[in-house]
Design a protein around this ligand. Sequence first.
Ligand SMILES: [Zn+2]
Length: 211
Amino acid sequence: MRKIKRLVDKQILWKIGCGKVAFWYDNWSELGPLYNFLPEGYKPKNITLSIMMLNNHINWRGLDLLLSQHVVVKVNTFEISLRSTIPDSPVWTEDNSGSFSVASACQLFRKNRHKSWINMMNWQKCVPFKMNFIVWRALRDKIPTEAKVDKMDIPTSSSCCCCRFPSLETIDHLFFSGLFAQELWRILCGPIGHCIFKHLFQATYDQLVGM
Ligand SMILES: [Zn+2]
């Protein structure tokens, strides 16, 4: 969600009127929100642009020392003339009209979506949606296994129903290490011998869950 907010924030450019925009958090200078240029972890006060202005110039009060010189120079060269009777107005830069539209937002997300090979492999038109969806959920550990339900303090039997000697039901057990899963992989990958699909699937799962 934060990623999406950051992406959308970047595309909203504020046309300055009375200067009530947030000096650090709104994109009014075409550089994006200025807090992005501050040292990691530094959270500036939410102060308006108009308060930061003195005689038509930004009164940095020493805060410019926290930014790179080139950022300060760019911001200082930005022409700012406050008009107290005109409200600041947002312009959605992804659409020529300047107005927000869901279609342009979707296009923006699509352009910036991380195209990992697993996403490309996961969603296949020839596979029923529910199968694509369960793989997507399994890779992100989003299946309500007994182990997961246990974590929510909901009493369960905590053991699987796929093995002769039941074990704790986890994604790893259901899809990789359980007897039933191992037998399935053996049948599916038997002719190839070494099951590259299983290892790719497991490596991706480990990577996503570890993120
Ligand atoms: Zn089992």
